[in-house]
Design a protein around this ligand. Sequence first.
Ligand SMILES: Nc1ncnc2c1ncn2[C@@H]1O[C@H](COP(=O)(O)OP(=O)(O)O)[C@@H](O)[C@H]1O
Ligand SMILES: [Mg+2]
Length: 245
Amino acid sequence: MIILEAKKLTKSFGGLMAVADVSVTVNSGELVGLIGPNGAGKTTLFNMLSGYYKPTTGEVYFRGQDITKLKVFETSDLGIARTFQIVKPFGKMTVLDNVMVGAFAKTGHKKEARDKALEVLDFVGLFNAKDNLAESMTLGGKKRIELARALATEPELLLLDEVVAGLNPSEVKGVIEIIRKICKDKRVTIVMVEHVMQAIMALSDRIIVMNSGRKIAEGTPEEVANNPEVIQAYLGRGMTKSARG
Ligand SMILES: Nc1ncnc2c1ncn2[C@@H]1O[C@H](COP(=O)(O)OP(=O)(O)O)[C@@H](O)[C@H]1O
Ligand SMILES: [Mg+2]
């Protein structure tokens, strides 16, 4: 079953086409990796899928419903959650309170929100840090808060924007395990943008590659890794090193 369908999405900022004519289909239960050099349009695409930006042209369907013009809180109500590439937790609030913000998307009751937040904090391995101020957490901790906040909204579709980038190798492993668990235990469909190839290759059922706003390739991890145009897109920008993690 198709859960998400983006049809010919375009977003221009003045003269710049950040996303140009991109169509994407995601099946329920799939984990789709979205890769491409910096500036390829990945985050802009996420912003259109989750209601942060209205597309210049094109449409987005979630479970068959046209959501192109919906606002963020409306896409959230329907079951779409996303994380942000640049994590900005409320620094002066505790880890628990940050995650409760997500839980309040689903309930107006404080106790229910707290219980939900505690459950997802346990799930992402942050239970013991629940009373810490968010600003005192490492980048790895902040990325987990971001994940937990998104999970607390009980999404059906989770859009992850570089949740692994910038972490050390053992943190990367930890987050990969959490993402696997999200797919398996929570049966959440995931689209993930990531530069860390180890994570993308290990997790993705299918990979979509963007470059300069366009979709240039799509296929299994192996097909994409051997695609000359993909290799060129990375080599051409001197991205080889980070592209390989
Ligand atoms: N709000 C914005 N206003 C103007 N230009 C933007 C905006 N957001 C992104 N861009 C531009 O769109 C292009 C794609 O950016 P982005 O989607 O962030 O790429 P990626 O996430 O793949 O690195 C870049 O050239 C970027 O500078
Ligand atoms: Mg980005």
